[in-house]
Design a protein around this ligand. Structure first.
Ligand code: ARG
Length: 359
């Protein structure tokens, strides 16, 4: 008898059913059924609403996420019945199209079959949409964060294109089978060309980013059950793109070029050329998404929304946990309330967890 699993299941059922105003009888009945299922099979199956609620609460418990005000507005696709890599890929496309919604992004999650003793599904990609990164004799092309995954894809037969923004294929593995590669059909990934409201030269940099972040390598854990393939998405906060993906030295490293196009003195750091370039890059990201009608939030608004989340939770009497170092935005952090208070980084389940790389 797996007593840890049963205990985790009980903890989840009790808190979930209570939040959903179910009766003590319903709780007892469900726990009896789960106990029997664990006794006879070694595990148990969630109902669809348990998955849906578990996925939402896992978001609510995500200490690094500033966007948690919207935790109960996530759409869940329960796809546990899918067996083949092809079916899983089709479900991924369905998720991407529903979530992208022509730019009016809908937070969504697709939950595939959980890890069991003899069955496991993994999506190898970090995100469903990411740009390839290549090391070449003339230096790195594309996103340096994707280099090792890109190499894997090439090993598996993907044709490298050596562009700055090549969308990587989806790699799906079931059990210890050879992973299967799927190219995203043209137009699946909504992308935004980055331009600036005043600097016309900005578009010559030919920067773009994908509209939707779909995290695909984390495990969703609910009541002791691990969903190792459960891709989910929200919408972007501008700084994720403008202050990290396009700005980090270890990513697209665009600040020196932008600063020099702005005619800033890049010889001396006291000109604050990095800061000035950073602001303009972030203005460009927010402006371009907004103009294309693609959902995005600036970090000041996101912090306000997080404050509202904190207030709502404390009204209900639920302590808010958080990881300060992740919650503060990477630009002007001290202009948000988050910077000025501590957060308890306690891990509460259900939650999303990192898992060992699949490759
Ligand atoms: N920071 C990651 C990226 O830049 C995305 C993480 C999830 N972000 C979100 N807004 N849900 O791609």
């Amino acid at each position: 008898m797996n007593t840890t699993l049963l205990q985790e299941a009980k903890d989840f059922i009790i808190s979930c059913y209570k939040e959903l105003n179910k009766t003590q009888d319903e709780i007892n009945e469900r726990i009896d059924a789960i106990t029997k299922q664990i006794e006879s099979t070694g595990s148990y199956e969630h109902t669809s609403f348990e998955i849906d609620y578990g996925a939402k609460v896992a978001w609510r418990n995500s200490n690094r996420c500033i966007g948690r005000l919207f935790w109960d507005q996530m759409h869940t696709f329960d796809k546990r019945e899918l067996k083949t890599e092809e079916e899983i890929f089709e479900a991924i496309l369905e998720h991407m199209s529903y979530a992208t919604n022509g730019g009016r992004i809908r937070p969504s999650i697709t939950v595939f079959a959980p890890q069991t003793e003899n069955h496991g599904i993994r999506i190898w990609n970090h995100q469903l949409i990411r740009y390839a990164g290549y090391t070449t004799p003339d230096g790195i092309i594309g996103d340096p964060a994707s280099i090792s995954f890109t190499e894997k894809c090439i090993e598996l037969g993907w044709k490298p294109k050596y562009g700055k923004f090549d969308i990587l294929p989806i790699v799906i593995q079931i059990n210890d089978h050879e992973p299967k590669l799927f190219e995203l059909p043209e137009d699946t990934a909504l992308e935004v060309d980055i331009r600036h409201p005043e600097y016309e030269w900005f578009e010559d940099l030919q920067l773009k980013w994908h509209g939707v972040p779909f995290i695909s390598d984390m495990a969703l854990e609910i009541g002791g059950i691990r969903y190792t393939a459960a891709p989910f998405n929200g919408w972007y906060m501008g700084t994720e793109i403008g202050a990290r993906n396009l700005a980090d030295e270890g990513r697209y490293n665009m600040l020196p070029q932008i600063a020099s196009l702005m005619d800033l003195d890049t010889k001396s750091s006291i000109s604050l050329w990095k800061d000035k370039a950073l602001v303009e890059l972030n203005i460009a990201v927010l402006y371009s998404f907004r103009e294309d009608g693609v959902s995005i939030v600036d970090h000041h608004t996101a912090a306000q929304q997080f404050k509202k989340f904190e207030e709502k939770e404390s009204e209900i009497g639920r302590p808010v946990t958080g990881n300060w170092a992740w919650l503060i935005p990477p630009m002007s952090p001290a202009t948000t309330h988050i910077f000025h208070k501590p957060y308890k980084n306690d891990i509460v389940k259900p939650n999303y967890f990192y898992q060992p790389r699949a490759y």
